[in-house]
Design a protein around this ligand. Structure first.
Ligand code: ZN
Length: 141
């Protein structure tokens, strides 16, 4: 049984027994919605997502890039991975820092690993190196 959450999104392919799932649990979505990229996941169904926006500074007639980071609930049936672009929707407070839930996975962000590596996140640099090594090995074969 899939619940109608009131927003036109792609239905999750599998069923889950997550109480905090808007499709299979008791969680209603309401309020504000955003689209962002997952930058971190933990073992308890929480993901950290971030997105950027431009803010105008009238005095200098320039725009600066600002960033929002949020903790969101990642239901088991969607289970989006780091680097995925997701649509989120506000809910009642799920825990101390979570009051948003992932409702749709929109696919991989292009050049995510490169973007994180450029920011100096060591974890992604290692990954990039590994991938480089792997592609080199493939070329040799
Ligand atoms: Zn579910």
């Amino acid at each position: 049984m899939i619940k109608n959450i009131g927003i036109k999104v792609k239905q999750p392919g599998i069923e889950c027994n997550d109480k905090k799932c808007p499709f299979h649990g008791n969680l209603a979505v309401r309020g504000r919605g955003f689209v962002g990229t997952i930058i971190k996941k933990d073992l308890h169904g929480t993901a950290t997502i971030e997105w950027t926006y431009k803010h105008l500074i009238p005095k200098y007639e320039r725009k600066e890039t600002r960033r929002t980071r949020l903790h969101v609930h990642n239901p088991k049936c969607i289970n989006a991975e780091v680097g995925d672009i997701v649509r989120i929707m506000q809910t009642k407070p799920i825990s101390k820092t979570k009051n948003f839930v992932v409702i749709e996975n929109l696919g991989k962000e292009k050049g995510f690993a490169e973007r994180m590596a450029a920011k100096g996140e060591a974890k992604f640099k290692e990954k990039e190196k590994k991938e480089e090594a792997e592609t080199k090995e493939e070329e040799q074969e």
